[in-house]
Design a binder for this molecule. Sequence first.
Ligand code: AMP
Length: 432
Amino acid sequence: MTFNDLGIIEPILRALEQEGYTRPTPIQEQAVPILLSGKDLLGVAQTGTGKTAAFAVPILQHIYNDRQSQGRQRKIKALVVTPTRELAIQIGESFTAYGKFTGIRNTVVFGGVKQGKQIQALRNGVEVLIATPGRLLDLMNQGYISLKDIEFAVLDEADHMLDMGFIHDIRKIIAKLPSKRQSLFFSATMPKDIVELSLKILGNFERVTVSLGQATAEKVEQAVYFVSKSNKVNLLIYLLKEQSGRSVLVFSRTKHGANKIVKKLAQAAINAAAIHGNKSQTARQKALGDFKYGNLKVLIATDIAARGIDVDDLSLVVNFDLPNVPETYVHRIGRTGRASASGIAISFCDKDERPYLRDIEKLINQKVPRIPEHPFIEEVQEERISQRNQGPQKHKNQNRSRNRNKSRNSNYRGKNSRHRGNNNRNKPRGRD
Ligand code: AMP
């Protein structure tokens, strides 16, 4: 299946080609025909599946085709509501990239910054508006935005929107949308309140479900380091020194933790920055920009702040803390190994986090390879026992101790250098 087979028009095909997209991702394959036919869509999918193009391309195509028969004045035809500024910016960039040969303009509005520039961009005229809920309502109330010409309404990351307390804002926005419109609703999960919300927005819809879990986990090379809480920072420093020059995104569960990591890295002469909700918008954007363009090699992020990170050659993700929600793990590792590339994700796991690891392995239906030797290893009773119970593993352990010195220098170095020393070392030990 190619984009051409999906009936996409030439100016957009050309842009996709320039983006380096050779094949549609599963969600694009399924959603594009539904959306081109004008039906509503319920997409159960998360960031990393290629869902932005799945909705942006058909919307651009509709607007492009309709524009031939309409006047020259630009009206806001499409509205995308998304929970965070980072995501909003990223979606705006995607519309710009896919629509670069269509002449269709977009702009992004979000809170935390002065509104002057956003108002100016709206005045200049756009067909596509990407917005976070609060600022959108604010500008609507001030009379700068009208939704009366909206023909396409997208609610993105609905579950996060609700988690972040936007339900009332969303209801107000929906109430202002024209009844004749095409509606798109995306959510990674579908608990009861999300189902209810989706029914308020969608008319005659089709559902597309794409599981990122297994697909992502299969294309990202993973490894876990057993390490005590107190040694995590030392292990990180050790690995970053090995990986120097590479763009590394480090996930921390808490904002405070992220700041602490930055400080400790600075003491080891490693330049890093943190992005999280307590940082000013300017500081976050600067750090993101520096990271994206390679001026900053190490970025420490909390999960929410990392949602909009879209860096082309992000080859390594480090889970400094394992998330207690297994889907978050999949989401994090999906930051590397984007739609068609492959990447590496390594995780630090202390004693308290072992249950999280088990949940993650259940979700992705595979065992994350363990790094059996590294300078900060925390002894893993349970692992040793389970190995002793597996006949062939005993043999491997013998090999391992024979290769001990060798393996000290052969810790995880990335996809082209795995399995130095004992070839079996980093391989999954089968499913349990
Ligand atoms: P999204 O889920 O929309 O955030 O997309 C995840 C990543 O996949 C983004 O970095 C996109 O640029 C990239 N992407 C989307 N569609 C394709 C495709 N068909 N081929 C290659 N990369 C893609």
